[in-house]
Design a protein around this ligand. Sequence first.
Ligand code: SAH
Length: 384
Amino acid sequence: MCIYCSINSCIIVITNKWAKKMDPNTISNENSKELLDALTHIWNHTFSFLNSMALKCAIQLEIPDAIQKHGKPITLKELANSLSIHPNKTHSLYQLMRLLVHSNFFIIKKSTPNQEETYDLTLNSQLLLKNHPFNQSPFAILEMDPIITESAHHLDEWFKNENDEDESPFHMIQGKKIYEHISSELKFNDLFNEAMSCDSRIISKVLVNSSEFKGLVEGVESLVDVGGGDGTMGKAIAEAYPEMQCIVFDLPHVVNGLQGNGRNLTYVGGRMFDAIPHAQVILIKWAFHNWSDENVIKALKRCKEALPNKGGKLIIIEMVMGIPSDNVNYSNAQLLIDMQMLSASRGKERTEQQWKSLFLDAGFRDYNILPILGPRSIIQVFPA
Ligand code: SAH
């Protein structure tokens, strides 16, 4: 098993020998295959950004919506007609669809009676439909926005530079931290909050229906969702637990103007490094992986101050690197999002050991990891 990502497809071999070197002057039948495989490996990594761009193009052309509107699997010609693309681009649309079928966004079905090829949606592309309650398009569009991807073009420069402790590649290139950019650009702020919200729409549904979460919050009278964004998660919890008082806590520019439900949901603006509203349970989803250890410890200390010593619980929803899983997609997503965190905010995804040391440094006593949210886990942390 790989010690970095805990999956079997990526194998770390412990040996004191150098990798076998190929002599370019003596290429046999056997090593020419290896050579061509290595060449292909480099191609696949060089061009894999086109998987992202094909996805972006499909979202922007609204291909999933066009197929759904058609009401049945659609031929290439019908698809081309229903999209606002130039008439002489039909064959190019075929190329785009071929890649997206290969990446499991669409499926080809042979229609009767003439066995014509038609395209249908898969669950992956259903989650890109504008009217789907779990639409993930805003998240995909945010993460592929040029301002986000640009930092990744300069990773080498950032590695060589002597930057301030918490200066990310994004900061180096844009001259400001990502949250400064979000708070100063209204449109980007809306896109960011909508992107986070669409992730929380799925996770909140999975969470409130899970027996593990029910067990954690049973009898709890108050909960604060720290870094709770526009309150998508808070609203789902407040609805599922009408007896529980729920607070959504986030930066003032995020919660300003947002209204509670007049019963058990309110919004509070502030910074988690200064003070956090008191509650029996504190929930933090995806608001730590973008911060340095020092900042996370600071926020964890504020969480501890806001929780009762007896019965208080901190629930963190984040990834735990190295948690064993049979699903190679999980560790792949973890490794890629880890790089994204590095590039955008000098953050990181953490191993169990790294989480443990943060919890202990902040004065917490113990923790428990429930890896039940796909690549993410519920981490339960106990103050005393
Ligand atoms: N928990 C939400 C949002 C995650 S994005 C979700 O998973 O959908 C991280 C959130 O942390 C953003 O909403 C951001 O505004 C908030 N945040 C960033 N810095 C913060 C700070 N200092 N105090 C409180 N919230 C902060």
